[in-house]
Structures are given as structure tokens and as C-alpha cells.
Ligand binder design. Structure first.
Ligand code: ATP
Length: 367
């Protein structure tokens, strides 16, 4: 029987307690995630955190060891990959080297034995969408890396998949191409109304592409949220680290202050904002983003104001990326448009609501 023209779509794809172990290694520990039709979800985390495992479980390339996957009311983790109707794009484009771009793109449709005219129409449409009209007759080996990746994308979207899975699709491209293809992927996602799950370890890529991010660490979800939520309210030091909170300072919790919690140590006496329940004396990490560390004139005093000496200054666009050190040796990263130079004495400050305090769950190891 002929395959349906468009893969059965869904309102919600639900991963419920999805787990996968390899021998004694728990690669993924009970992932719960609801993906709405049209969403762009990024799975983000360091190498080995379980991103690819999650994607391969979704794709049907890896059986689950626990949990289930649902497309609305239908359980799909029991289906083989080809019956799920998902499209896949990987970092090594996996194109057929002896076939032209056009043949590569048409391949999946040909396998489905669709009418010739329909195959031709859909193939040309997909090639146009990824802007490869000029190159359709060429072999993959005659194309740049970025163009090859476009072929891989065309080959996935030509099948009109209900879900597109991408595993680090840009990691083999140089910096400039990565940026171009990033825009391209977002454009295709929007214009085709795709639902996309995208695996990356690149925080910037994930933030610029995704509607929601899933932050993984050692097989466990740390936080799921919009870029804004993750930026402003990371739930722990690991998410903060990933979200660009470059200042992660180990301190000790003190008493509650009016609008936050007092944290001290290393010559610092600060007030921060906390979500965790922290007893006085608890080991904590105070986290701030470089752009939230402000520069004040020497002599300025007040809550969360402390003197430091500028050590390193680096131009980054219109701003300076600065490293400064307190007399007790705590190094702070900041971004500023003040014209600072190494050796300058400054006072630094962080607003109470922009200094986030977390219970330190890595006591004994580097933050
Ligand atoms: P990377 O960014 O390096 O690809 P990842 O976040 O995608 O990493 P996974 O590939 O999902 O991580 O791996 C998660 C864990 O499971 C790792 O500890 C890995 O060594 C282990 N693992 C993955 N695949 C296998 C396998 N086929 N056999 C044994 N262990 C595996």
C-alpha cells in the first residue's frame, strides 16, 4: 500500500520516563518531555550527557530500557524507525556519493514508489527551499560542507516528516557557515511549520534556534525552559554555567537579608537571590553573568559593592571583556563600555536580583 503523502502529524509528542542504559551506564535517566506541534526543541548539554541517546530513542534507532513515547494517544516507541515518519539530519551528512543532489533528495520518495511526477515536483520544491537549484545536477563531492548539509536537510524535509531530528548538524562547518546555516534551519522550521528536535552542545546555537531548551547533565534533565527563562532563572549552578554565568563563586550561606540571602567568604560579603532552601553555613555558589557586573568609581560603597583591580582587557565588538581581581584573589568577569585598562582600581557591583545563589552540589570538585 502507498504511504500517506504527509506523515501522520500530532498535537503533542510525549516522552514519559524515557530511559536507556548501556550495561552499567545509565545514559538517559527518565526523560519527561512534551513537544507541541510546531515547536523547536534543543537538547543541550556537555559531551556524554545523553543528548544523542535521547534523540536515537525518539528516532527508534535505540530501544528504550524504560518509559514510553506517545504521539497524542498512540504509543510509538514500539514502532520501528520507518513507521514513525520522522526525518533525520546528522553531522556527517550521509549522502550517497555516487548520486546527484537531485537523486539524493528524491531517494526517500523513490523508495516509497510515489508517482514519478509527484517525486519530481516535491524534489524540486525541496531543492528550492534549501536554495540549491544551481547545484542539483552535481555530486555531493563537488559541494561545500554547507551545501552538503543543505542536501541532507532537503532529503529529510522532502518526506514532509511530522518531526525532524537533528544531531549536531552544523558541527562540521566553519564558524561563518554555521551562522548562515543556523539562520537557514530556523527559516525552514518556520516557513514549513516543522516540529524539530535539535541536539547540540553549543549553548549559543541552542539559544538562537530553540523555542525551548532541555538542559541535560549525566543523563538527567536539569531544566526545561525558554531561552529567557533559562537565562534569567537557571535552577542550579550547572544550568547557570551553561547559560553564560561565568562568575561562579564558592561562598558560605549566612542569614536571610531583607531581599535575599547573605553569602560570605574569600573576603566577599554579598547579598544574592536564592530559590533553594539554604541553611546558614551551607556551601553555596553565587553566580553572575559578566554583563550583570557593573563598574563604579573607586571609593563607592554599598550593598554588593567591592574593590578590585583590572587585570585583563579584551575588545569584543563595542564592549570590553574584562577580568578583575579582588584583593583576596577572587577573579570576576565583566563586560563594560567603561574604558578600563590593566592596573585600574575599580569598584565592582552586582544587583541583588542578578546574583543568584545555589546550593553547591559539587563540593570538593572544581565548579
Ligand atoms: P556527545 O555530545 O559526545 O555526542 P551525548 O550527550 O550525545 O554526547 P550520548 O552519546 O547520548 O551523549 O552518551 C551518553 C552516555 O552513554 C555516555 O556515557 C556514553 O559513553 C554512553 N553510551 C552511548 N552510546 C553507547 C553505546 N552504544 N554503548 C555503550 N555506552 C554508550
Amino acid at each position: 500500500p502507498a504511504e500517506p503523502r504527509r506523515s501522520a502529524t500530532f498535537e503533542t509528542l510525549s516522552l514519559r520516563g524515557v530511559g536507556r542504559t548501556f550495561g552499567k551506564t545509565a545514559a538517559l535517566k527518565g526523560l519527561d518531555l512534551e513537544i507541541k506541534r510546531g515547536e523547536f526543541i534543543a537538547l543541550l548539554g556537555p559531551s556524554g550527557c545523553g543528548k544523542s541517546t535521547a534523540l536515537n530513542c525518539l528516532a527508534g534507532l535505540l530501544p528504550l530500557t524504560s518509559g514510553s513515547i506517545w504521539q497524542d494517544e498512540t504509543r510509538i516507541d514500539v514502532l520501528p524507525p520507518e513507521r514513525r515518519g520522522f526525518g533525520m539530519v546528522f553531522q556527517n551528512y550521509a549522502l550517497f556519493p555516487h548520486m546527484s543532489v537531485r537523486k539524493n533528495v528524491a531517494f526517500g520518495l523513490t523508495m516509497r514508489r510515489l508517482p514519478k511526477a509527484e517525486i519530481a515536483r516535491r524534489t524540486e520544491e525541496a531543492i528550492r527551499l534549501v536554495r540549491l537549484e544551481e547545484h542539483a545536477h552535481k555530486l555531493p563531492g563537488q559541494l561545500s560542507g554547507g551545501q552538503q548539509q543543505r542536501v541532507a536537510i532537503a532529503r529529510a524535509i522532502v518526506l514532509e516528516p511530522s518531526l525532524v531530528l537533528m544531531d549536531e548538524p552544523l558541527s562540521n562547518l566553519d564558524a561563518k557557515l554555521r551562522l548562515e546555516m543556523r539562520t537557514e534551519i530556523r527559516r525552514l522550521h518556520q516557513s514549513l511549520g516543522l516540529t524539530t528536535v535539535y541536539v547540540t552542545h553549543d549553548q549559543e546555537e541552542a539559544l538562537s534556534l530553540a523555542d525551548r531548551l532541555v538542559i541535560l547533565r549525566a543523563g538527567t534533565v536539569q531544566q526545561i525552559g525558554t531561552p529567557e527563562e533559562l537565562h534569567n532563572r537557571p535552577v542550579n549552578q550547572h544550568v547557570a554555567d551553561f547559560m553564560g554565568y561565568r562568575n561562579l563563586i564558592r561562598l558560605t550561606a549566612g542569614d536571610r537579608a531583607d531581599d535575599g540571602i547573605r553569602v560570605t567568604g574569600d573576603g566577599l560579603d554579598l547579598v544574592g537571590t536564592h530559590l533553594d532552601d539554604l541553611a546558614p553555613g551551607a556551601a553555596v555558589v553565587a553566580a553572575a553573568r559578566p554583563e550583570d557586573v557593573r563598574v563604579f568609581d573607586p571609593g563607592t560603597t554599598g550593598v554588593n559593592r567591592f574593590p578590585a583591580i583590572v587585570e585583563v582587557v579584551e575588545y569584543q565588538g563595542r564592549e570590553l571583556a574584562v577580568e578583575a581581581r579582588t584583593s583576596s584573589g577572587v577573579r570576576w568577569h565583566l563586560r563594560t563600555d567603561h574604558r578600563l585598562a590593566p592596573g585600574d582600581a575599580v569598584v565592582l557591583g552586582v544587583a541583588v536580583e542578578r546574583l543568584l545563589v545555589f546550593g553547591d552540589d559539587t563540593v570538593g570538585t572544581p565548579v
